[in-house]
Design a protein around this ligand. Structure first.
Ligand SMILES: Nc1ncnc2c1ncn2[C@@H]1O[C@H](COP(=O)(O)OP(=O)(O)O)[C@@H](O)[C@H]1O
Ligand SMILES: N[C@@H](CCC(=O)OP(=O)(O)O)C(=O)O
Length: 380
């Protein structure tokens, strides 16, 4: 590895205040006990190592379904949704039992946080989650987050914990996300199928070429495979969060990563504020605003907010304070933002605009600069 690539790892370690550690099912699964206590013991030691450096840690842990499947003797057969939910319910308590036992010798208190997508798409629920996690961290607790699989359905779920770990990182303003898997980072192709696959220690930018290296293949227990980890890294890098992947079953994985193991997906830009991350990546837009040329120029070149006079039309029904997509005249999404007025009022102003009537007063504010995310601009 080049020396500047190594330097970025030590800089990340010395500047990180909050780290999210994502632990995959493949890392924790044990055919006999449901949860591998040796591995959990190593994870507890690694968290204690980080905490001794003043780094706050949030864990996003998979493994509930795999542990429940083993405890209930379900074997490897495909499960119905209800059986998966039942397995998750049994496995989640097994998982937390394991975390309690492994962390208590280090005098570290753990807590359980189970989430569904409904807990994050609305701003009020997202800030509620932000407050809970912040309070737990301030109390010195190590929160252990998982998807609430026993109520999650195929339609309403995060899908995989790689995506969830990025969301949690955005919520707690983490400076680094480290993903523990059963493989030592990204390879030129799936190492479980190709013995000649070469490890890639450093990714400066996730391009489509990088994405194509990670096939859809995954281990028998994991959900998203390497593809969902690379996608997570691409997202997270866009808001300034660097991401690492390292094998969680070998040695002391966190220390090994900072000594040069696994893959680092570097992020050059400054970390966004949690609110911007939520607007850009986790909110569910309730409508769209189509902008004219002048408005596009004003918001993308300067520090201007969007005024109602720059909107040619809107779609959807929304209240004031909801997130909307900002589209160019050709329908290209240029960004997202919180609209300060309901759709009924937007309609009023766009009618005035199209009738050529110029407002005697200045046009009112539609989307404030501070609650707006612009893609091209942010990608620079
Ligand atoms: N290019 C690649 N580099 C590394 N691993 C890959 C690649 N393509 C596919 N994989 C697979 O991704 C798996 C890890 O993802 P997954 O099974 O979802 O684990 P986890 O439980 O850690 O989320 C590896 O075991 C490996 O077989
Ligand atoms: N929430 C699920 C895991 C989902 C998941 O993404 O698994 P993995 O790919 O192993 O991180 C569980 O606890 O079983």
């Amino acid at each position: 590895m080049k020396s500047e690539e190594m330097k970025s790892r030590s800089e990340i370690l010395s500047s990180t205040r909050t780290l999210v550690l994502k632990v995959g099912s493949t890392v924790l699964a044990s055919p006999q006990a449901g949860v591998n206590m040796r591995v959990l013991g190593v994870i507890a030691r690694q968290v204690a190592w980080l905490r001794a450096r003043g780094i706050r840690v949030v864990i996003v842990s998979s493994g509930a379904i795999a542990a429940g499947r083993m405890k209930l003797d379900f074997g490897k057969k495909p499960l119905t949704l209800a059986m998966k939910q039942a397995a998750a319910s049994v496995g989640q308590s097994r998982l937390m039992w394991g975390y309690e036992r492994a962390f208590s010798p280090h005098r570290l208190m753990v807590s359980q946080v189970l989430l569904t997508p409904r807990d994050v798409v609305r701003r009020s629920r997202f800030t509620n989650l932000e407050r809970t996690l912040e309070t737990l961290l301030a109390l010195g607790v190590v929160p252990v987050v998982n998807e609430n699989d026993s109520v999650a359905t195929e339609e309403i779920r995060f899908g995989d914990n790689d995506r969830l770990s990025a969301l949690v990182s955005g919520t707690v303003k983490a400076d680094f996300l480290l993903i523990l898997s059963d493989v030592d980072g990204l390879y030129t192709s799936d190492p479980s199928r190709n013995p000649n696959a070469i490890p890639i220690p450093y990714v400066e930018k996730v391009t489509s070429d990088i994405e194509s290296l990670a096939g859809i293949s995954r281990s028998g227990l994991g959900t998203g495979g390497m593809a969902s980890k690379v996608l997570t890294a691409r997202w997270a890098n866009r808001w300034g969060l660097p991401v690492g992947i390292v094998n969680g079953r070998k040695g002391a994985p966190v220390e090994r990563f900072f000594e040069g193991g696994g893959t680092l997906f570097f992020a050059r830009k400054k970390l966004w504020a949690a609110k911007k991350v939520w607007i850009g990546f986790f909110s569910e837009p309730s409508g769209t605003l189509v902008l004219d040329e002048g408005a596009m120029k004003a918001i993308s070149h300067g520090k201007s907010s969007l005024l109602a006079g720059g909107i040619t039309r809107h779609e959807g029904v929304f209240e004031s304070g909801e997130v909307v997509r900002l589209l160019s005249a050709t329908g290209h999404e240029i960004g997202r933002g919180v609209c300060r007025m309901p759709s009924s009022e937007v309609a009023l102003w766009t009618r005035r605009k199209s009738s050529g009537e110029r407002s005697a007063d200045s046009w009112p504010l539609a989307v404030h600069r501070n609650t707006m995310v612009l893609w091209e601009r942010e990608e620079e």
